[in-house]
Write a protein that binds this ligand. Structure first.
Ligand code: UDP
Ligand code: MG
Length: 160
């Protein structure tokens, strides 16, 4: 009875996940998507996209003053990225755990960056750091109608 109450209090959220150009070039798209699918989150938006400089700068606007900002913008716009919206209970924080620390050498084995990357400047994937930023980033990267609402038939086996 109690666990059911606790579960029902957990909020369903959305997060913006992006496979960066190195992830696409290295053939890691399926691997990254698979980890989120297997965890049990719901894919609601997916597209390959060549990011314009202005969008990259808006997405990373909080980092504008950092010395690595120009290199970061060059990196993100160096080739197509894979843009995704994932939904689930606690998905924002959980996705950050699945992705691992910003510096892949410090990321735990078992995480995407821990298993698949070496350098901070080539760390394969982005994930929103709060539900608010998730909504901000989804609105930035996806147009109206590009995010799909659908009900997986396995729903009751994923969410109580
Ligand atoms: N980054 C970098 N050098 C740094 C810190 C960050 O090149 O010293 C890049 C890296 O690609 C990182 C992105 O900037 O993923 C955004 O930085 P943030 O601190 O938001 O890390 P994240 O949220 O991606 O873990
Ligand atoms: Mg960040």
């Amino acid at each position: 009875f109690l666990p059911h109450l606790v579960a029902s209090m957990e909020t369903v959220e959305e997060t913006y996940i992006m496979i960066k150009p190195d992830g696409l070039q290295r053939g890691l798209v399926g691997e990254v998507i698979s980890r989120f699918e297997k965890k049990g989150f719901l894919l609601k938006g997916l597209k390959l996209f060549q990011c314009p400089k202005e969008l990259a700068e808006e997405h990373y606007k909080d980092l504008k003053s950092k010395n690595f900002f120009p290199k970061l913008i060059d990196y993100i716009t160096s080739g197509p990225v894979v843009c995704m919206v994932w939904e689930g209970v606690g998905v924002v924080a959980s996705a950050r755990k699945l992705i691992g620390s910003t510096n892949p050498l410090q990321a735990e084995p078992g995480t995407i960056r821990g298993d698949l990357a070496v350098q901070t400047g080539r760390n394969v994937v982005h994930g929103s750091d709060s539900p608010e930023n998730g909504q901000r980033e989804i609105a930035l990267w996806f147009k109206e109608g590009e995010v799909c609402q659908w009900t997986p038939t396995v729903g009751p086996w994923l969410r109580e």
